[in-house]
Structure formats: C-alpha cells, structure tokens
Design a protein around this ligand. Sequence first.
Ligand code: AHR
Length: 288
Amino acid sequence: MGFAQVGAESGWRTANTKSIQDSAKEAGVTLKFSDAQQKQENQIKAIRSYIQQKVDVIAFSPVVESGWDTVLNEAKQANIPVVLTDRAVDSSDESLYVTFLGSDFVEEGKKAGEWVAKEYTDSSDPVKIAQIEGTTGSAPAIDRAEGFKTALAGDSKFEVVASQTGDFTRAGGKQVMEAMLKSNPDINLVYAHNDDMGLGAIEAMEAAGKVPGQDIKIVTVDAVKDGMTALSEGKINYIVECSPILGPQLMDVAQKVKAGESVPKRILTEETTFTPEQAKEALPNRQY
Ligand code: AHR
C-alpha cells in the first residue's frame, strides 16, 4: 500500500499516522508512507510515485477537497484502486476511488452547534462567537463550518463575529486568537475546528488575562489526549469526537479490494461527544 498522509499538523494526525503504521504491520501489509507537509502538490507527487511503483492499493487523506481528478484518473488508468481515508474529494466521478472511510464532518459541526444552542438556551442575550477554521478548502473545515451554522440557524442571538483559519495547528490557533481578541475583545465563545487550535487559543486567552472556559467558552472537535485534559480541567467546555483510529478498517478494506471483493462506497466512523465529567472518566484509558 502507498499511503499519502496530509502531514503532522495536529495530535489527531500523529495518532492517525500511528494507527495506519501499526495496523499495516499487524496485517502484514507493506506500507510506503509519505508526509505531504499539508501541501497538495506533495501528495500528488507521492501518489504518482506509488503509481510508478505499481503498488496494489493507494490510500490517502486529501489535504483539500478539489483538484484531484487528473491524478486519480492516472491511478485508474494504471488499474490501481484508491481508498480515501479521513477526508473526501469533491470529484463528481465516483469511479475514481473505491471507497471513502472516515467521519461525517457535517454531523460533527452540528453536534458542536447543538451543544452551543443548549448551553445558551435560557439566555436571550446576544452570543458573540469566534470560529477558528481548519485548513482552507479541506473537507473538515468546510463541513464543520456548515454543520455548526445549520445547528444555530434558527436563533438570531448567535452571531459569528470572526472566522479565520488556524490551519489545524496549535500555533495557528494561538495566532488567530490573539488577533481576534484585539478586534473582538467581547467574544463569548470560541468554536475551534480541532483541539490543537483550541489549545492554541487557550494560550492566547491566558496571555490576555482571560480565563478560558469561563470568560470565554470553548468547543472543539477531535478528543485527543491534550484536548481531553484541557476539557477535564474546565479550560475547554465540550469536545465532539473525531476518531483518528482508521488503520484497522483501512487494512481490512485494502485486503478486500486486493482480493477483488466489493466494499461499501462509504464507511462511516463511529463517534461520540465529551463533557468535562466524561473526559475525566475517559482520560485514564485514552490511547491517543
Ligand atoms: O481531517 C481530520 C482533521 O485533520 C482533524 O480534526 C484535525 O485535527 C486534523 O488535522
């Protein structure tokens, strides 16, 4: 298998890479692995090299949604099946990949929005929200923004006063939060598209003399150990889980595809949500 990874931008990604590498070993799959450092051109180069090497299966997590048709057509011409993991492509030709294995990001955004709606259900005051977006053009950034918006659409007291990308990194989240606190010092809530950006935002809030989780509420997505720790300490108020443990299912799918068996076109990951109390309970057994 040739696997073209997005990069190493977050705790989630590190756990995802480990899951894929460990599962390949366990399944006896020879893995050729590349890290694209969040650049689409690097992923395209890696996929082309896997085509040249005539691997049995190509798997990748597309850094952004658009611009894959040419290289996916090259894989198709070479008769190499492609499995999308974690992130989708926006190609209208579904014959370019065998299956897409990963989360429902729209649903994750909805869960975050529904928690916000519930949290402020007894208040009629305006709620000023700052959104820290994931990588521009990526499926999770697009879908998590959409799901969140849908969940809050019915109530005009919720206003997204600022929305900027932090590129799914802790440093990006911190930088964006610093700027947002200057332009909008009266923000009530931050919705960060992943834990790492939420953790960066916490650093910026603390440096500005604000108490994260109290002065400004925070909801994030992922539920990696560092995020869950901040949740258990009350610095984050709610986390929507996005599971990075895709390796075992990926190896299973790859072996079926190689054996000529059919697989479902969409394989959905099961996920939950966490309150601070639930984070305290889950943390001792959290593996990533
Ligand atoms: O595509 C999944 C997202 O990418 C995760 O939420 C984020 O942490 C990662 O970088």
